[in-house]
Ligand binder design. Sequence first.
Ligand code: FES
Length: 272
Amino acid sequence: MGEGIKLPVLNGLGRTNRIDNWWSQPMAMGIGLTAALLYTFWRLFLYDADISYALHGSTVMSPIFSPNVLEWNLFGLNEWNHPEWVNAAILVLWIPFGFRGTCYYMRRVYYRTFFASPTACWVDEPDINKAIGYKGEKRLFIFNNLHRYFLYAAMVILVIKWWDVTHTMHFHSATHDGYGVSIGTFVMGIEAFLLTMYVTSCHALRHLAGGMLDRWTTGISRVRGVLFGKISVLNRSHGFWFWTSLIFVFLGDLWVLAVAEGRLSDMVLFVV
Ligand code: FES
């Protein structure tokens, strides 16, 4: 049934019978991802100053440079006489990059925006795509299969993000002594919250929680079934959490940069 039926598709890159602005979403996403890559490159390799600031003894760390492993006494890292161009982000960013780069939602975005494969529903793709055809996740794309391992590493980063939030809440100066909240706490707290939502709505986490089981009938499997259901609800908005958490990484970094350079001021809202 249906064999030999030709859909009324117009041939040629971007040609379609669609009358809506089908190109606006992939274009906006392409611009967003390109801007994110350029900004990250600038911060990593061209301007890695002002990665944190202190406020009455608390520390607010840029999300791009967290965790600042060069400050940790981990494998003697804080004593390592590293080359000048090495910074914390260069050592750690492969985790969020790997996690986001192999994300199921991200794959959909970059296949459409950068490879036009597919360009969009009912919109023709470039001839080169037709010539190559779909080869599956082979060669470079085989790395996509590592997503679940990046998830484990991202969970560790997530815990450290919340640890960073606690560092914004501990004040010890002549005028402020105790635990409290500053604007920086809110900025870092929102960033950590959005990242939490992004990680907990992950397809691989859903599979890990209960998707890998055949049935959820007894004992622990029943609990895992419930967990699967809960993550499935979050998973419906995975794209939303992807973008908001990504945007807040850069807003958080801009905030830290602006305060560290004296362009904006942070303030303690309350201390107890
Ligand atoms: Fe997107 Fe796992 S599928 S983070």
